[in-house]
Each structure stands twice: as structure tokens, then as C-alpha cells.
Design a protein. Structure first.
Length: 78
């Protein structure tokens, strides 16, 4: 659900893994590459390699790349 995703993003942000940036009514999330935490930086380097061959992640990325955020707004307003 949306609330579950929001909660998970809050946990990742509080832990320093991600940063967010407001973009109108949207919030964009990014990996926190500016962290001074050495352990966090090492994890952020390793995680993409660990997930590279994950079929679920590959499938989700393909789906995400097909979605236009403006189209989502029009769908939810109908």
C-alpha cells in the first residue's frame, strides 16, 4: 500500500540511505551519495551488485520505466 511504501521510505531516510527532494506535488528519492558514513557508503556501493541479477527487481524496473507520472495523476483524478 501507499502507506507501507511511505513508512519504508521514512525508515531508509532516517537511516541515511536516501535523500528526498520536493518537486511540486511529487517527492523524488535518491541514494544518499553525499553521506560521510563509511559503512553506509560501502553498503551503497555493494547493494546494486547484489541486486543486479534479481528477477523481481528487473521486472519492477521495467514496469517503472513504462510509467509516466503525469499519466498517474490523470488516472487518479478520474
Amino acid at each position: 500500500t501507499v502507506s507501507t511504501v511511505s513508512k519504508h521510505l521514512s525508515i531508509l531516510k532516517d537511516a541515511g540511505f536516501i535523500q528526498d527532494e520536493k518537486d511540486g506535488k511529487w517527492v523524488n528519492y535518491y541514494l544518499n551519495t553525499s553521506s560521510q558514513d563509511l559503512v553506509l557508503n560501502q553498503l551503497l556501493l555493494i547493494i546494486p551488485y547484489c541486486l543486479n541479477d534479481n528477477e523481481l527487481i528487473k521486472s519492477d524496473l521495467m514496469k517503472v520505466n513504462l510509467v509516466c507520472r503525469n499519466d498517474l495523476c490523470q488516472i487518479s483524478n478520474k
